[in-house]
Design a protein around this ligand. Structure first.
Ligand code: SRM
Ligand code: SF4
Length: 513
């Protein structure tokens, strides 16, 4: 099924081990791994193939795995959240959950011996972590306010679920799509503000009218990597909602069968588009589809500035509100997960939503319960009115758990923002994104101020530092920010940020600070 042009002898190590045994094959070995323990496992199974099940060996915390979920459109039920809470709770201080920049959750502290039981529990409540790492399609993002947004164009929920079901065989694992050349990101925007950062996905859909019918313009090839970052480009294609799943399937098949595999640094979809040219790529897609691919609508409907959804908002359903809670750098503990499940049930419909800014939305709160909800002690921790800098702070995992990291991110980001907020009045929210290395999981290129971890030298010593990015624009006319200064030691960063906030974002020093 999968074709690769490279000869076996020239395959890189990843292509080699995938050719020897598909990543998904470890699904049937999981009981055995649980019995033998992580130390006795074959290293390629442990360090790589387990990622096909969403189970990530962490060299920083050996024996304590990370479990990356799939939460399509970032929506989960209180019942699912409670199961996740119980799992994380087992691991005491090691257990926590992070909301990711793909509207998803990652659990920590997980022991391999518990995985079979965890997977059984997932099955019972309709959760899956399958195909969430390595050369697979990542969590599919959709509008976080799908179905409740007063100004919604297209409800993305069913579409995102249908695309996930196709790619993962409804969560059971689908060997058709488990040997891609590299990772692959899909996003479906349904609102006017592109809440999903469509432009940084390999394949994305933007609402657009064609001759009075609402469908999607398609963009392709967006990605970030240590070597290169590109915004997606138009495919010159427009599809109706019912054509989205097939288009995803066809693009993935082309990428799987023709994508470049020899050099992993050049294996994302854009490199194939570069090699073929966008016209040839489009024509290959067109030929494989069961319907003729229409040319793009003249414009898409992304004409709003991006919303962050924090705060209290009326829904399209009369008499109901959704409430966006700020979760500092996306980090949650077992008690938080239990609390979120509880408030979602008591005040809403039991539904909980995640955003790519690593925050939470509780929807479906009737007007009659809103006031009591807003008085919940949980909202002291996860505020609806955070300070302007905290409000828009995003951070990747960093060195606490990630072995690629060049710096510590989450704790440092929070501490620095709190110090800056103590010193400055900031009139508007400023989107500051931290990422621990050039892989850019924290998306510094979409931020007003992006900080990318690096190592730097000062007075003969090697220190943790950052490269500074500026000018990322999200929502309407989205474009990527650029690196404006390299190698700033983290210990010297605060005054630089302070000046930037004063000079570029209208901040003023607080009296006495
Ligand atoms: Fe990422 C690898 C964390 C979103 C680009 N990313 C990793 C690994 C798996 C590396 C590792 O094994 O340690 C990190 C796991 C650390 C850990 O223990 O948490 C990791 N990436 C994350 C998350 C958790 C960051 C966060 O704190 O939110 C995000 C999980 C999303 C999810 O739910 O699936 C995450 N990663 C992203 C994004 C942002 C996005 O998708 O919008 C990007 C840039 C966009 C893109 O991929 O085009 C991103 N991650 C990478 C890359 C560079 C890919 C490349 O083509 O070179 C790597 C390295 C790799 O894949 O080899 C990487
Ligand atoms: Fe790890 Fe680097 Fe991704 Fe941060 S950006 S999670 S440090 S790989």
């Amino acid at each position: 099924m999968t074709t690769t042009t490279a000869k076996p002898s020239t395959l890189n190590k990843f292509e080699k081990f995938k050719a020897e045994k598909d990543g998904l094959a470890v699904k049937s070995e999981i009981e055995q791994f649980a019995r033998m323990g992580w130390e006795a496992m074959d290293e390629t199974d442990r360090d790589h193939r387990l990622k096909w099940l969403g189970v990530f060996f962490r060299p920083v915390t050996p024996g304590k795995f990370m479990l990356r979920m799939r939460i399509p459109n970032g929506i989960l039920t209180s019942q699912q959240m409670r199961v996740l809470a119980e799992i994380v709770q087992r691991y005491g201080e090691d257990g926590n959950a992070d909301i990711t920049t793909r509207q998803n959750l990652q659990l920590r502290g997980i022991r391999i011996e518990d995985i079979p039981d965890i997977f059984n529990r997932f099955e019972q409540v309709g959760l899956t972590s399958v195909q969430s790492g390595m050369d697979n399609v990542r969590n599919i993002t959709g509008s976080p306010v799908a179905g409740i947004d007063r100004d919604e164009l297209i409800d993305t929920r069913e579409l995102v679920q249908a695309v996930q079901d196709t790619i993962t065989n409804s969560g059971q694992g689908n060997p058709e799509f488990t040997n891609l050349p590299r990772k692959f990101n899909i996003a479906i925007a349904g609102g006017r503000d592109n809440s999903v950062h469509a432009e940084i996905n390999d394949l994305a859909f933007l609402p657009a009218y064609k001759e009075g019918t609402l469908g999607f313009n398609v963009i392709v090839g967006g990605f970030f990597s240590g070597k290169r970052c590109e915004a997606a480009i138009p495919l010159n294609a427009w599809v109706e909602a019912h054509q989205v799943v097939e288009l995803c399937r066809v693009v993935l098949e082309i990428y799987r069968d023709c994508g470049l595999r020899a050099n992993r640094q050049k294996a994302r979809l854009m490199w194939l588009i570069d090699e073929w040219g966008i016209e040839k790529f489009r024509s290959e897609v067109d030929q494989k589809l069961s319907y003729p691919l229409q040319t793009a609508a003249p414009k898409d409907e992304i004409d709003w500035e991006k919303r962050d959804h924090i705060g209290v908002y009326p829904q399209k359903q009369e008499g109901y509100h959704y409430v966006g809670l700020h979760v500092p750098v996306g980090r949650l503990f077992a008690t938080d997960l239990f609390d979120l499940a509880r408030v979602a049930e008591v005040y809403g419909s039991g539904e909980i939503r995640l955003t790519v800014e690593q925050n939470i939305i509780i929807p479906q709160i009737p007007n009659s319960r809103l006031e009591t909800f807003l008085a919940e002690p949980l909202l002291q921790k996860f505020s609806t009115q955070p300070e302007p800098l905290s409000r828009a702070l995003v951070s990747c995992t960093g060195s606490q758990f990630c072995n690629f990291a060049l710096i510590e991110t989450k704790n440092r980001a929070l501490a620095m923002i709190r110090e800056l907020e103590a010193e400055l009045c900031v009139p508007q929210s400023v989107r500051i994104h931290w990422t621990g290395c050039p892989n850019s999981c924290g998306q510094p290129q979409v931020a007003d101020i992006g900080l990318m971890g690096t190592k730097t030298r000062k007075e003969g010593k090697t220190l943790e530092g950052v490269d500074l990015y500026m000018g990322g624009k999200v929502g309407k006319d989205a474009h990527l920010g650029q690196c404006v200064q390299k190698g700033i030691p983290c210990e010297d960063l605060k005054p630089i940020l302070r000046n930037l906030l004063i000079e570029r974002f209208g901040a003023t020093p607080k009296v006495g600070a």
